[in-house]
Design a protein around this ligand. Structure first.
Ligand SMILES: O=C(O)CCC(=O)C(=O)O
Length: 264
């Protein structure tokens, strides 16, 4: 008789158990956050990253940007005027905070129910660049109201200011079931209801993947950096096929619960 050692070593895992093992407790992420997510489509949490973690993340991204140069972001997608890096799950243990943080996991579970990580990437809007059309991270055209398929988190690594290309969001637009790039006459133009997310480095923005949002032009002299951990419903394909890219080093350092979140 042959024994499947993988199965023997990994007792049955499911969403509830994974969340519990990763530190999600009843009542998380808290009423204030769930109300914001339901009504506005985004929730803002200041001070999630301490100075040490911020410096570690920035430092690792600098090393990767120098090493990857023009190839940066190519696993998922490149964007002129920005420095993107992707497949970050496999490029440093420091990035694991973005997909293992209990409050984040609880918030994503609130929006999506059963979910998995889709990708972890970074985006730096370079001086003079970074403007994006208003877009949603999921094409919501055929979905029933509330049938959300994606939830994004943005980890702010440099202060987001009026000047440096902070993200704009249109509160409540996650409930409209429309794709702004199809609905709006000019999705690049300022929207009458848009808000600019200005925030200190170390803050976190959790937002419904159907929320209308986009980067704005960086009119400052230094890059504006943020990390994105993007999640999707468990039955959807991932933006980056984590099982295809995962390295043995990553598998060795992740708990069964974290591997469940990655679906690897
Ligand atoms: O970096 C930002 O401000 C937003 C980025 C974004 O929405 C995207 O790349 O889809």
């Amino acid at each position: 008789m042959s024994i499947d050692h993988e199965v023997a070593l990994r007792p049955e895992m499911d969403m509830g158990r994974a969340l519990e093992e990763l530190g999600v407790r009843p009542g998380m992420p808290g009423r204030e956050i769930t109300d914001q997510l339901d009504e506005q489509g985004f929730a803002f949490i200041p001070g999630v990253l301490n100075e040490f973690l911020l410096e570690s993340l920035r430092g690792r991204l600098n090393v990767l940007a120098a090493a990857e140069g023009d190839r940066g972001g190519s696993e998922v997608g490149q964007e002129p005027g920005t420095m993107r890096l992707s497949n970050l799950v496999n490029k440093g243990e420091v990035f694991a905070t973005t997909f293992r943080h209990p409050v984040v996991l609880a918030a994503v579970a609130h929006v999506l129910g059963d979910f998995k990580l889709s990708s972890v990437s970074s985006r730096a809007a370079l001086p003079g660049e970074g403007n994006q059309s208003l877009h949603a991270d999921w094409d919501g055209d055929d979905l029933a109201p509330g049938d959300y398929q994606a939830c994004n988190t943005m980890w702010i690594l440099d202060d987001f200011t009026e000047l440096n290309g902070a993200t704009r969001v249109v509160p409540g637009s996650h409930r409209w079931g429309d794709d702004p790039e199809k609905t709006l006459e000019d999705s690049w133009a300022p929207h009458p209801d848009q808000q600019l997310v200005t925030a200190p480095a170390g803050s976190l923005l959790i937002f419904n993947g159907h929320l209308w949002h986009g980067g704005t032009q960086n009119r400052d002299t230094r890059p504006r950096r943020a990390l994105h951990a993007y999640f999707t419903r468990r039955h959807n394909p991932q933006q980056l096929d984590q099982a295809r890219y995962v390295t043995q080093e990553t598998l060795d350092r992740l708990s069964p619960a974290a591997r469940f979140v990655l679906d690897v």
